[in-house]
Design a binder for this molecule. Structure first.
Ligand SMILES: *Cc1c(COP(=O)(O)O)cnc(C)c1O
Length: 347
């Protein structure tokens, strides 16, 4: 217990499972540029079928999957409509502007969900002085909103309107499986309203590398070319795809436990004076606002680090704790115990 680090910075810190390492070692591979890697092909078929799309493409990261989608759906000079805290806007190093040549139009929401009326208002304002809007994106679960799941009925309404207005639609579904598990809905149901969807294999699903982008067959052919342009074409990538396949088949059933532990963590934290969980804990992300006097995120994260708990910074007075398959019930209890002590001393 003493030297055991409890890493709650992100679900990306997950180590590949023993089953993944075995699958990687045994994977049948070939040159994927010649479309001769059977494991990559199996992953792409499996992902397409899981997401209810015609085809899918294995990409090296979620950022690449989103960027490939932006570039495949649009032309430089067009506009992409995003939620103001969208990962694509916030955390992807400005690739949408620099590489896709897009202007982002941001819509503020409290919970990550762009409502129909908001999109209607945004599009009604359009005139010739604006860059033509080409693409509408949503994110499910929403990362900066604390892993909140988008209400599916609202998603269906707003995407139907986007399509009616001639926009393409893309879902940043980095944590789509978490959203599916939370709602007890099939992932394809959540992906259905969108032309394309990106899903990360390397978050809570614990693969070491990779994401998939799924959509119509002709879109994915275009995406394959764009991936090549970006340097994302791969060779014997089956060693990576093998871990991704294990991630898709073995890991989703474990996510409910991650969610249960995150809820438990959130409930415990809400009992500690000076800390307050922001919003509802629905999936595996807990955002904690620091309400105590002079404590800030840097100091809290450093105090945690000294006792073997790693947390992420969100804002100067907000931190983030993310559960994943390596976090146990005992870990949650331990975190609550040390946190209580830290906050007691801070008073
Ligand atoms: C992690 C994440 C991505 C992709 O990030 P990579 O680090 O490139 O894998 C995209 N969208 C969301 C919402 C994410 O959380």
């Amino acid at each position: 217990m003493e030297n055991h680090v409890i890493d709650l910075r992100s679900d990306t810190v997950t180590q590949p499972t023993p089953a993944m390492r075995e699958a990687m070692a045994m994977a049948e591979v070939g040159d994927d540029a010649y479309r001769e890697d059977p494991t990559v092909q199996l992953l792409e078929q499996t992902a397409a079928s899981l997401l209810g799309k015609e085809s899918a493409l294995f990409v090296s990261s979620g950022t690449m999957g989103n960027l490939v989608a932006l570039m495949s759906h649009t032309h430089p000079g067009q506009e992409v409509i995003l939620e103001a805290n969208a990962h694509i806007y916030y955390y992807e190093a400005g690739g949408l502007a620099r590489l896709a040549g897009l202007t982002p139009r941001l819509i503020d929401t409290p919970d990550g969900m762009i409502r129909l009326e908001q999109l209607q208002a945004a599009l009604r304002l359009l005139n010739l002085q604006f860059a033509p809007a080409a693409l509408f994106c949503l994110e499910n679960t929403h990362n900066r909103a604390g892993g909140l799941v988008l209400p599916q009925e609202e998603v269906e309404k707003v995407t139907a309107y986007a399509k009616e207005m001639g926009l393409k639609t893309h879902l940043d579904g980095a944590r789509l499986m978490n959203a599916a598990v939370y709602q007890n809905l099939a992932p394809e149901r959540l992906a259905e309203p969108f032309d394309s969807v990106m899903l990360c294999l390397s978050k809570g699903l614990a693969a070491p590398v990779g994401s998939v982008l799924a959509g119509p067959a002709d879109f994915i052919e275009k995406a394959r070319l764009v991936r090549r342009i970006l340097g994302g074409g791969m060779r014997q990538a089956g060693v990576l795809a093998a871990a991704g396949l294990t991630a898709l088949t073995e890991m989703p059933k474990k996510l409910a436990e991650d969610h249960r532990r995150a809820r438990k963590l959130g409930e415990g934290i809400n009992k500690i004076p000076g800390l307050r969980v922001r919003g509802e804990v629905q999936t595996n992300i807990v955002i904690v606002d620091i309400t105590a006097g002079d404590l800030d995120s840097h100091r809290l994260v450093e105090k945690w680090r000294q006792v073997g708990v790693l947390a992420g910074l969100v804002e100067s007075r907000a931190v983030r704790l993310v559960t994943h398959y390596e976090i146990t019930d005992a870990d949650i209890e331990q975190v609550l115990e040390v946190t209580e002590e830290i906050m007691h001393q801070a008073r």
